[in-house]
Design a protein around this ligand. Sequence first.
Ligand code: MN
Length: 319
Amino acid sequence: MTELLPTQAPVCGFLDWPVLTDPTQWSADVALIGIQHSEPYAHDPRPNDQAQAPDAIRQRSAQISYGRDQWDFDLDSPLASLLPRCIDMGNVGWSSGSYDDYSAAISARARHLWKQGAQIFALGGDHGVTIPMLDALDAVNETVHVFHIDAHLDWRAEVGGVPRGYSSPLRWASSKPQVSGMTQVGMRQTGSARRPEVEAARSYGSHIFPAEQLHEHGWAPVLATIPKGSAVYITIDADGMDPTEMPAVMAASPGGILYREIAPILRRIAREHRVVGMDVVEVAPSYDSANGITAIMAGRLIVNVLGASWAPEGAMRRR
Ligand SMILES: [Mn+2]
């Protein structure tokens, strides 16, 4: 078993939650962690822009959710009044050593929280950061359905010999015995999939909803693919959302998903399922608007899941 290592202090706590970087203090109902890196591709610069996203999102906390007494109309309640004990575990940086060690250290932290029955929110980083989270799902005491929002399929077995980069998280998920199935929503245009990847995803049984199909038929067929009552892990690639609302991404693709569509869907999933974890990845802060709309959106996606999970109707399903 990998030893639990401390994390690095973030710029501030997400939503003003207490920042705890010391593993002996990691006891919580809800934990947020920043994961700055993934397995690098040789052709990409490191560190990449997405490594700055965890702190860029935290810095917009006051706009993601104003003070504790403020009514959140998306949740029909002040957020703070719904929440149990929440902590910000800081960031997992990576300056030296092997990716295997870095990845194992992330998974160890996630397992530690999941063994307590906690809900984990991870801020990427690029989409490769989902992979060490998936590795840790074996600490969840039931099988988990993966709900994926993305412009891309992300089913590459490897890119340039690297199996755990940002083009591969859903392929990786398909190899995990703890993952019972997956729903992938928002695919459009090109990138991360060729015919073999599409065929592999289909033959695995992934429920794939390209953006056009979603816009044509709505969310009911999507939600029907999540087994009733199952635990869910949500992974949201910011480029799955529409770039008019979430512009700060590396691969902007027109025709995506809007906040007004996804917010009620996320709340419904969180009320009807036990959402054990969620990540929001691929925010590239240097491309963000001056008002930080992409970082605010990332935070709001989390707030909707968080608030609905712990509101009386959801009550985090396990309790
Ligand atoms: Mn992706």
